[in-house]
Design a protein. Structure first.
Length: 350
């Protein structure tokens, strides 16, 4: 029979996600926009938003090092130190290598963390190259055709197009064309930079969602694997504080960097992830936990640590501490420290 405490905890986790990740960040950003919407006070809004982003970066950094990393290492140790007869019966690809590495204390979890970090670095590099190449090609094609003559005949209107060529017989026109080409190239590079920047921001948001959702699933799974309702409520109370901070930081980051529709959709998805993990835990407890599941959990959590760490450092913190970034660097550093320390305190209570 399904535990009532587990079902209630799944509902509570969903409500916590909606309130702390969707409602509060949305109202916070909208209130700031309303209060500082004029040009004179716009810099105040940007400064407050930068501080909130830095606070979120500190929370994410602490989450990577204090929550995700220990969980991944713990799960990997459980998978590698499973009874030999259980591992011998497994037919997963690469299981022989994992068993061999377990006997020589190979840092498997750290290996997969580095793999996750480098995977996102590689994907981002490919995305930047594709965005810039596509935009450069489209811009070049648009410059090659210009309207030179338009004729009208009754209901028909014909526009004749041909490739733009410089008049080599006139130095003045040649110089003018060269100047125009330089301006066009500069404009094209600027637009390509903006497009690629927008694409990479979207990529980072997706990576952040995926990495954090993996963590949230296994948090919910941990809750669903508990046998007694008393343990469910005690773990839920500790997880709730942790999740409120994570949801709020995630909500602020997405609300500031994406459209309203994408922000709402992402936070509804994030709010559903932990309850899904609880449901998976209920299914596992009814069928019995297996070594295969422990191994899959260890691999996914380790990769998630690397991806989460990459986004926390390169997308959030590095962006806010660039030389041309807005705001006081010392104040932003203090915001990072406060976010980190606050999650440290929450993790200590757990």
């Amino acid at each position: 029979m399904v535990s009532t405490g587990k079902l209630l905890s799944a509902g509570i986790l969903f409500v916590i996600g909606i309130i702390s990740g969707l409602v509060i960040p949305f109202l916070t950003v909208k209130c700031l926009l309303k209060s500082y919407k004029t040009a004179a006070t716009g810099s105040v809004f940007r400064h407050i938003l930068a501080i909130l982003n830095c606070f979120s970066g500190g929370v994410f950094l602490a989450t990577s090092l204090l929550a995700l990393l220990p969980n991944a290492q713990k799960q990997m140790n459980l998978a590698l130190n499973s009874p030999k007869e259980s591992m011998d019966t497994m037919s997963m690809p690469g299981m022989e290598n994992m068993k061999r590495m377990s006997t020589m204390s190979y840092p498997m979890s750290e290996l997969l963390i580095g793999f996750g970090f480098l995977l996102i670095l590689f994907i981002e590099s490919i995305a930047v190259m594709c965005h810039q190449h596509r935009h450069r090609r489209q811009h070049t094609e648009s410059l090659e055709k210009k309207p030179i003559m338009t004729t009208e005949d009754g209901c028909h209107k014909f526009a004749l197009y041909q490739a733009t060529q410089a008049d080599k017989t006139q130095n003045k026109e040649a110089m003018s064309d060269a100047s125009t080409e330089q301006i066009s190239d500069a404009h094209m590079i600027d637009e390509a930079s903006n497009v690629s920047s927008e694409g990479i921001t979207n990529l980072h948001s997706i990576v952040l969602l995926v990495a954090l959702s993996i963590h949230m699933v296994f948090d919910g799974l941990e809750l669903g694997l508990l046998q007694r309702d008393e343990d469910v409520w005690s773990v839920l109370s500790a997880l709730s504080l942790h999740k409120i901070l994570i949801y709020f930081s995630m909500g602020i980051t997405l609300c500031e960097s994406t459209s309203t529709f994408k922000f709402i959709a992402a936070m509804i998805y994030m709010s559903l992830v932990s309850p899904i993990g609880v449901g998976l835990g209920i299914i596992v407890t009814s069928n019995g936990e297996t070594v295969i599941m422990a191994t899959v959990s260890a691999v996914l959590q380790s990769i998630a640590v690397g991806t989460f760490l990459y986004v926390a450092i390169f997308e959030i913190l590095m962006k806010e501490f660039q030389p041309d970034s807005f705001g006081n660097r010392v104040v932003k550093a203090e915001a990072v420290i406060i976010g980190y320390a606050l999650l440290c305190a929450v993790m200590y209570t757990m």
